[in-house]
Write a protein that binds this ligand. Structure first.
Ligand code: GDP
Ligand code: MG
Length: 469
């Protein structure tokens, strides 16, 4: 997917990052290349134009904010705008409590409607606890209904069968009734396709829509047909009104023109992509992940890789167990601090986080410097403890604290504060032990001494909110 475009864009952005000082001319040149790369990827001309205009305006207009280098800012702008171009946030199928919720699959012949109906049924049944009934109203081709039955069989789902009925509307009526009688909560209707758009088909789809009041009308398009897919999506949308798009055969589409244009042209989001002939080859569509894939968002990905390679898996598991059993000692805490230091400066670490993470939490360089100073103090204090003290902070009485303060060149007050923050952090970390990387980063951004309590709580809350989506 997107190989050609990805190669080109990565090169442009790498060159940009290689510039010592970024001038307007550099940005202009980069934008020219990005424009060509997008057009070569078969992205709609208007979409390319507005994309390049937006990036250029932001890249040229922006001041140097915070700690991002100018080239990084341009990369980030390209990324942000690409996420927008792909649809912004990911979009789930909408379901209500009505029985059944109807999902209509529409599109041209050969686009993948029947296959995708099966894939979607499997996905909904297996990962969203829905009970789907499948219905083919493609009464024009004898093999069409049989094809859906075979697929349904293969995925362990049921089709509504009424071989004697050849009227699509009557089939819909009966299938809806069947759902109501037997408790299927989702009716997936695989509609007939044509090689080209014709009015007869559009009329039929409108009638089915009126008859079944679908929650979702999904336009299925073959991604490999590029701008043809975009054009027919637009026409179907005008005539029938679609609520979302599924692009099939994405795994074979090296250019990506349809994926990059269809949302902006039709206004409707891509909800899923088909990535193979198998019935599990369907994925929810996440604009941010796709943009990262295209741009090789090294920044984000390398951060994750870095964290993963530096933090030995076994050690992480051991740590989790300790946290769970409330055995996270000052010794472990110091290990954590050292591990963090190996990841690089806090500044660099924060830079690598995408703006979406933590709701765009950004620190000024003074703040990071302050935290880094504090981390150094913390390490010095722990260094001045005896192994027994590091294993069990409860034995830290007044005279021990005094000795530690002297040894680390700090004050008793600073030692007290550090110990308090450590116990508070222990409590916090216990609450997010199951967080994996998120928990780890949460620990980084939220649980560390040096952040005020208010900020810490806010960061945690924001992350929780994100998870719900
Ligand atoms: N490689 C690949 N093939 C697909 C995908 N989705 C559908 N197909 C194939 O496309 C062809 C047409 O699919 P079908 O569901 O019959 O299209 P319909 O005419 O719209 O119902 C079949 O050979 C499918 O196996 C996909 O995501 N990837
Ligand atoms: Mg079909």
């Amino acid at each position: 997917m997107f190989e050609a475009l990805s190669d080109k864009l990565r090169k442009v952005l790498k060159d940009l990052r290689g510039q010592g000082r970024l001038t307007e001319a550099h940005i202009e040149a980069a934008m020219r290349e990005i424009r060509i790369a997008l057009l070569e990827a078969d992205v709609n001309y208007q979409v390319v134009k507005s994309f390049v205009d937006r990036v250029k305006e932001k890249a040229l207009g922006q001041e140097v904010i915070g700690t991002l280098a100018p080239a990084q800012q341009v990369v980030k702008t390209v990324y942000d705008e690409m996420v927008e171009m792909l649809g912004g946030t990911s979009t789930q199928l909408l379901f209500t409590r009505r029985t059944p919720n109807v999902v209509m699959m529409v599109g041209l012949q050969g686009s993948g409607k029947t296959t995708t109906t099966g894939k979607l049924a499997k996905l909904l049944a297996e990962s969203q606890h829905r009970r789907p009934l499948l219905l083919s109203v493609d009464v024009y081709r004898p093999a069409a209904r049989q094809q859906l039955s075979i697929i349904a069989n293969a995925i362990g789902q049921r089709t509504f069968e009424a071989p004697d009925i050849n009227d699509p509307l009557e089939l819909c009526r009966q299938a809806v009734r069947e759902c109501q009688l037997t408790g299927y909560d989702t009716l997936l209707i695989d509609t007939a396709g044509r090689l080209h758009i014709d009015q007869e088909l559009m009329d039929e789809l409108q009638q089915i829509k009126r008859e079944t009041s679908p929650m979702e009308i999904l336009f299925i398009a073959d991604a490999m047909t590029g701008q043809d897919a975009v054009r027919s999506a637009q026409q179907f949308h005008e005539q029938v009104g679609v609520t979302g798009i599924i692009l099939t055969k994405m795994e074979g589409d090296t250019r990506g023109g349809a994926a990059l244009s269809i949302k902006e042209v039709t206004g409707q989001p891509i909800k899923f992509i088909g990535v193979g002939e198998r019935y599990d080859a369907i994925e929810a569509f996440y604009p941010d992940r796709i943009a990262q894939r295209i741009l090789g968002m090294g920044d984000v990905l390398s951060l994750i890789e870095k964290v993963q390679s530096e933090v030995d898996e076994d050690k992480a598991r051991e740590l989790q167990e300790k946290l769970a059993r409330d055995k996270f000692s000052l010794e472990d805490f110091r290990d954590q601090l050292r591990q963090m230091k190996r990841l690089g400066s806090l500044d660099k670490l924060m830079d690598m986080l995408p703006s979406g993470l933590f709701g765009g939490m950004k620190m000024t360089s003074e703040q990071t410097a302050e935290i880094e100073q504090k981390l150094k103090l913390t390490e010095a204090i722990i260094d001045s403890m005896t192994p027994a003290e590091r294993r069990d902070h409860e034995i830290l009485n007044a005279s021990r604290r005094k000795r530690i303060a002297r040894g680390s060149g700090t004050s008793v007050q600073e030692v007290n504060q550090m110990v308090n923050e450590y116990t508070e952090m222990r409590r916090m970390m216990r609450m997010m032990t199951s967080g994996g990387l998120g928990g780890m980063l949460g620990g980084l951004g939220g649980g560390l001494p040096g952040f005020g309590g208010g900020r810490r709580r806010k960061a945690t809350k924001r992350r929780k909110k994100k998870k719900k989506h």
